[in-house]
Design a protein around this ligand. Sequence first.
Ligand SMILES: Cc1ncc(COP(=O)(O)O)c(C=O)c1O
Length: 419
Amino acid sequence: MGFEYREGELYCDGLRIKTVATEVQTPFYLYSYETLTSAYESYKEAFSKIDTLICYAAKANSNLAILNVLAQKGSGIDVVSGGELFKALKAGFPPQKIVFNGNGKTRQEIEYALENDLLMINVDSINELLVLNQIANQKTKKARIAIRVNPDVNPITHHYIATGLAKSKFGVNIHEVKDVYLQASKLENIEIKGIHCHVGSQIIQANLYGEVLQKVIKLTEGLREIGISIEYINLGGGLGIRYHDEDVPTIQSFSEMILPHMINTNYKLILEPGRSIVGETGILVTRINYIKKGFHKYFVVVDAAMNDLIRPAFYKSYHRILPVVEHNMEDEGLTTDIVGPICEDGDFFAHERLIPKPEEGDLLAILDTGAYGFAMSSNYNMRPRTAEVMVINGKYHIIRKRESYEDLINKEVIPEGLA
Ligand SMILES: Cc1ncc(COP(=O)(O)O)c(C=O)c1O
C-alpha cells in the first residue's frame, strides 16, 4: 500500500494522514511499515542467488523502531559511531551482523566494537589498523577487519556524497591497499575477513557498481596470489531513489549489475543500503501557516523548517510536495516558494514550485524524506525536533515523541555564581 490517494486524500498504509495530523499535530515524520519491509524484502529477493548480508546503513534513519523492524526481518546493520552501535544493539541486531565503518573511530569506539565481537570493523587507514591491533592486543581479542579501498571512481551525484574519488577523505588508495593488507596479515591481533568500498550516495548509474566490483575482484585476486584470502566483498551502499523524474535503477536491475561477477566466486557479499531502504518509507507532514506575496513571487510558509529537513538547503535536493487533502484541483494552481519559519534564506523546501492552489491551514506532504530526514535534523532556532510516527497494519504508533521546550534545556547548565 504505502502512500496513495483515495478519493482525493493521502493515505499511509490504509490510514488517513489527515487524522494522524489532527491527533499528533504538525510537523511530523510519517513512516509506512509496508514500504519499509518491502524495500528490505526486495533486496533479499534480488540477491537471493548468492550469499548476501544486507547491512542497513543506520545513518539514513536510526529510529529504534525502524531498526527493530529491520533486525526482526533478519537484516544486518552498518554503523559509523558508538551511538549507532549502541542503538543497533538495543534494537536487537546480533553482533555477528554488525559492521563498523568510519574514517575517524575513536579509541573508545574501537574498544566498544571489540567488546561486542562485531562481524567486522572496516578500517580506513594504516594508522587506524595499527591502533586497532594495539587495542585488540590489550583486550586479548582478534579484530576481524575489512579494509576500505578508495577505488577512485566518479559517481554522478552531489559532490558532498561522492566518496570514492581520489580526492575524497575515505579509504585506502587503491594503489596502496595491497601493502596495507600485507601489513595487516602480519599483525597478531588482526584477522582479515573482507574488503570494503563505498563510492557515494544517491547513485543512479547501476553499471558503476559492476565497474567497481570488477576492480575489487581483481584486487582480491592479487591478494590471493600473496596468500591473503578474502571472505567478504562489501560494496557499500549508495543506490539512488527517484526524488523527481530521474531514471533510477530498481533494486532488481542493480543486482543484475553485481550478480554475474559474483556468481561463480566463493565470496560472500555485503551491501550497506540506507536511502534505498528507508527513503521512500517516510514523508514529512507539515501545515501551511501563511501564504504571502513578496516582491516578485509567492511564499507558502509552513510549520516545518530546515532544522527538520535540511536536504534542500544542504544539497539543493528536490522533494515532491503534495497536498494531503486535494482541493482546488480544477484551479490552475500557484507557483510559489515553500519555506519554513527559520531566520535563513536557506530555509526552503521548494523554489518556484507549481502546487494546487493552497490555503492557509492546508496540510502538505514532503515526499521521500525517510532517509537523511529526521537523522539530519537539529534544534536550530530552538525548535524542538518533530515527532516520528509509523503506520503498522492501518494503525499509527508514535515511535519518537515530539520534543518539548524542557528537552531544549535539560542538558544545559548555568554555572553557579555566574550572574
Ligand atoms: C560507508 C557507507 N555505507 C553505506 C552508506 C549508505 O548510503 P546510502 O544511504 O546512499 O545507501 C553510506 C552513506 O554515506 C556510507 O558512508
